[in-house]
Design a protein around this ligand. Structure first.
Ligand code: FCB
Length: 489
């Protein structure tokens, strides 16, 4: 399994992404400007940064379970690593220093996620007052620093007690989640103004589950893959119900959902099989979720194919009406790179993009560097989905040792600096051409627990010494700082 994961997961990383080829003249930091009020921030997720995995009565999550129980025996996460300590950001003394560093950076917003297993340790029922107070304090502390909290309710971490009841494959999962979401809205709905229901359903159901179940299942790749549609549908229903609850409570903000999206390009444009594979991959990766979330329908081609290999998957007319009636107020977009698609008979539905990166060194493990594809993606969303409000909720890069070496206490991550500037310039261009993009959150504030890669893959603007928790801002932090300084106040 490890080998399989290593083969495919270089892309999983960032849910990795999509894109286009860019600006003729490389942008300079000085040329990057956004309209007044544009949100510029950083992004993290609970399991990746919090640590404190048993603090204040926290329940076990699927990732606590995987890292501590099966991660060490059945496959290896990074160098046998867990998120038990991570960046220690559950600890207020630590996170206040991080907020101070973010303030110095000059961001006006910060996307983080709440661990469901802290708020409701068993997933349903009793609410843990200490955890509720913790996030309340975090929101207060962020606002006191002039940083707008952007709160994700679910970022890959489900309470393990619910996984044992079938997780997202159980139709009751939408009820469990809605009850949790209502707790969050009642507690924080007046204080925080931006919420995100879910992070990257495609990655959770069609990449993580598919890859992790590879060895346990004898079923064909397409069958294993199509099985993911059941959970993905329940998650989209849960999202729509949370949106409905949020609107019913008449809260003073907006709620969105985050999808991992990106143009699908043929890996070899001269190979007709790759050229034919790219649009089909686009349906599976982008259209399925964009249509589901923003149109309340699924593309027929995807639905027919998924149902053929997952005959028990059903969606009812009332469910689809629910999706159509409760669209998110904004679309969160995680973009890392375009999908470079190959026709591959051994992959689900004969198409594959995971881990395929034609760039020559230095390469980012998040995929090929194509910032112009972020521009292309934003223009497509504008044209095809009635110009919805969009927030870039993740974008970043991980070039490995070439970028991460500390020399005399300094880290010159030149490739990340370039990536940051060129992606910001792509967003700037899309905004200038009418895309209703309202913000950009860089992934990530600091190096953290990068899922199956543990701490071996680094995406932070800030380096974290694993032994001492010391933070060292990288060159990219200072580049972002100079960009943030010149934004209209
Ligand atoms: C995304 C995830 C995020 C992080 C980045 C690199 O897929 O949402 O948690 O792992 O990739």
């Amino acid at each position: 399994m490890n080998q399989i994961l290593r083969k495919f997961l270089p892309a999983l990383l960032g849910s990795l992404a999509w894109g286009a080829c860019a600006a003729q003249t490389p942008p300079t930091a000085a040329s990057i400007r956004f309209p007044k009020g544009f949100l510029l921030g950083t992004s993290t997720a609970a399991y990746q940064v919090e640590g404190g995995y048993q603090a204040d009565g926290k329940g076990e999550s699927n990732w606590d379970f995987m890292a501590n129980k099966i991660g060490v025996t059945q496959f290896t996460i990074g160098k046998k690593e867990t998120g038990n300590v991570a960046d220690n950001m559950y600890d207020r003394t630590t996170y206040r220093k991080d907020i101070a560093l973010m303030k110095q950076l000059g961001v006006n917003s910060y996307r983080f996620s709440i661990a469901w297993s802290r708020i409701m340790p068993q997933g349903t029922g009793a609410v843990n007052a200490k955890a509720v107070a913790h996030y309340d304090q975090l929101i207060t502390d962020l606002k006191a620093a002039g940083i707008e909290p952007i709160v994700t309710l679910y970022h890959f971490d489900m309470p393990q007690a619910l996984i044992e009841k079938g997780g997202w494959a159980n139709p009751a999962s939408a009820d469990w989640y809605t009850a949790y979401a209502e707790v969050i809205f009642k507690q924080y709905g007046q204080k925080a103004k931006k919420f995100i229901t879910f992070n990257e359903p495609y990655i959770e159901f069609f990449v993580q589950h598919y890859l992790m179940n590879l060895e346990q299942s004898k079923a064909a790749p397409t069958v294993r893959y199509a099985a993911g549609m059941t959970g993905a549908h329940h998650m989209l229903l849960a999202s729509a119900r949370a949106v409905a609850a949020y609107h019913r409570l008449k809260l003073p903000g907006q709620i969105g959902i985050t999808l991992n999206l990106g143009p699908c390009l043929p890996f070899d444009p001269k190979n007709p099989a790759d050229v034919a594979a790219a649009p089909w991959q686009d349906v599976l990766l982008n259209k399925l979720f964009l249509d589901g979330a923003l149109r309340g329908s699924y593309p027929k081609q995807a639905l027919d194919s998924l149902q053929k290999y997952n005959p028990t998957f059903k969606r009812t007319a009332p469910e689809m009406a629910l999706l159509a009636a409760n669209k998110p107020d904004f679309l969160g977009v995680n973009f890392y790179a375009p999908a470079m698609v190959k026709a591959d008979p051994t992959s689900p539905f004969g198409v594959n993009w995971l881990g395929l990166n034609p760039d020559s060194a230095p390469t980012s493990s998040t995929g090929p560097h194509r910032p112009e594809q972020l521009y292309a993606l934003l223009m497509r969303i504008k044209a095809d989905y009635q110009n919805p409000t969009v927030m870039i909720t993740e974008n970043g890069a991980a070039y490995g040792d070439v970028d991460e070496k500390m020399v005399n206490g300094k880290i010159n991550d030149a490739n990340r600096c370039r990536s940051l500037m060129e992606h910001l310039a792509a967003v700037q261009r899309a905004v200038a051409e009418g895309s209703k993009t309202i913000g950009y959150m860089h992934w990530s504030y600091a190096d953290n627990f990068e899922w199956i890669f543990g701490y071996t893959v680094k995406l932070g603007l800030v380096n974290v010494d694993r032994a001492t928790q010391k933070r060292t801002p990288k060159q990219s932090y200072y580049v972002y700082q100079s960009i943030l300084k010149q934004q209209p106040k």
